[in-house]
Design a binder for this molecule. Structure first.
Ligand SMILES: [Zn+2]
Length: 448
């Protein structure tokens, strides 16, 4: 039809289409976030313009429109002034990345909604618990500078530019990333996920100054982050959410020493690499021996100034509740005690559950309850209760949801529902001799 139109008419049609596209995508974004509890604030231009100033592609289209995702934000803090978590026990933020999805992919957009639905069903939301459980509803996406504290700017701008191609093709695969897909929403959704984690760091730090009964933060976010390496995405992960939050805690809150516990069934190679030579960030990962991505051998302990502040403990296939309780008592506790952290961040992956389809450990809901409860106590004992959990893996929607539900109950000091959720009949004997050998070796390597 173009040949029958004047240049001006063509321009108007293109402009109209562009506005329609932007409006559709904005409406989708608003709908998604309203559905899962994220409130899109009054129309204002601050964060996207500030955060995406280097960008092009789909975000640059948005510069002509005004949106905001936060309100009443202090200059140096992401916690909105009207949300002060003084008497909360749990503060969580939801970033479901509904537009980042590939059909039948295990890392799907159903994961976070299934957790949120389970929390509602089990009456573990503010609606049922008042101020004891707080949902952080207003937060900003992470800025490019936040992301670039861990990742190269080339990667960040390259991914943003790739959004145009993803927009045309619907979905793209990023080569050599093991494999990681991207849709037109991936860049935006990943900034929101990292922003949720950062905001929870603000919340727990602020609460630790005001309250004796410090709340735990839980970032119910995706895409996950612990495989993403400084120069690219990897293994379903786009930005290293926990690593970005660690750097943020140091830079903005002056917290020097960060202790990261990663109990996802896979090795958190991205976090490992980001801090391998950093003596102030202790990275402790338990994972299934031989599982993706094959890194995280027991003798990978950091190097240079960071030698000794990386601890990798590969567990033999079949390890379960007994193994992890022993690891907690004999490895995690003494390690954290001697490191003396200012905050504990947790890469909370639920794919070590016996029902998870991607691995072969035998954690149960009860194991995750124990981890949540014990890590909370560790944070109280060592660092003023400052602690944030970040969702990583977990691909069986039932075991994932139940395990997060039971983690919330642990944070509240309520009894576990593991007896209701778990089926001991499907468990088999743990390889405890091999587990003991691995624990002894790691204790020897790290002088525990
Ligand atoms: Zn995993």
């Amino acid at each position: 039809m173009w040949k029958y139109m004047s240049q001006e008419q063509i321009l108007l049609v293109l402009l109209g289409n562009a506005l329609l596209l932007v409006r559709r995508r904005l409406c989708g974004w608003k709908k998604i976030h309203t559905r899962f509890g994220l409130v899109v604030g009054p129309l204002r231009s601050t964060c996207y313009h500030k955060n995406l100033r280097n960008g092009s592609g789909c975000f640059s289209k948005r510069r002509d429109i005004s949106i905001s995702c936060s309100a009443g934000v202090d200059k140096d803090s992401y916690v909105p002034s009207n949300e002060k978590p003084t008497d909360s026990r749990v503060i969580y933020a939801v970033a479901p990345a509904m537009g980042h999805n590939q059909e039948s992919h295990p890392e799907s957009h159903l994961r976070v909604p299934s957790i949120v639905n389970a929390l509602e069903k089990m009456e573990l939301t503010p609606k049922f618990r008042g101020s004891a459980i707080m949902e952080l509803r207003e937060f900003k996406p992470a800025s490019i500078d936040d992301i670039a504290s861990v990742h190269t700017r080339n990667y960040v701008t390259g991914l943003e530019k790739a959004m145009d191609r993803a927009s045309e093709q619907g979905i793209i695969f990023i080569e050599g990333s093991g494999p990681t897909y991207a849709t037109a929403n991936t860049f935006e959704d990943s900034l929101i996920a990292a922003g949720a984690g950062i905001s929870l760091v603000d919340s727990v730090v602020e609460a630790s100054k005001l309250s004796q009964n410090q709340p735990i933060g839980f970032a119910l976010i995706r895409p996950p982050g612990h495989h993403a390496i400084p120069k690219g995405p990897m293994g379903f992960c786009v930005f290293g959410n926990v690593a970005i939050a660690a750097r943020y805690a140091q830079r903005v809150h002056g917290l020097k020493r960060i202790f990261i516990i990663d109990f996802d069934v896979h090795h958190g190679n991205g976090t490992n690499d980001a801090f391998y030579e950093d003596p102030d960030i202790f990275f402790l990962s338990t994972h299934q021996d031989g599982s993706y991505p094959g890194t995280g051998k027991i003798d990978q302990i950091g190097q240079g100034d960071g030698e000794g502040t990386t601890l990798n403990l590969p567990l033999p296939g079949g390890s379960g509740d007994i193994a992890m309780r022993t690891v907690f008592d004999e490895v995690i506790v003494p390690c954290a005690q001697s490191f003396k952290p200012d905050i504990i961040l947790v890469s909370a992956g639920y794919d070590a559950h016996v029902l998870d389809p991607l691995a072969s450990l035998q954690f149960t809901t009860g194991t995750y309850y124990m981890l949540a409860s014990n890590i909370q106590q560790l944070a109280k004992d060592l660092c003023g209760g400052r602690c944030v959990f970040f969702l990583e893996g977990g691909y069986n929607l039932d075991s994932l949801s139940h395990s997060v539900v039971d983690s919330f109950r642990a944070f509240l000091g309520e009894p576990s529902l593991a007896l209701e959720f778990d089926n001991p009949a499907i468990l088999y004997e743990e390889p405890l001799t091999k587990v003991k050998r691995a624990i002894e070796k790691v204790k020897h390597l790290h002088t525990l």
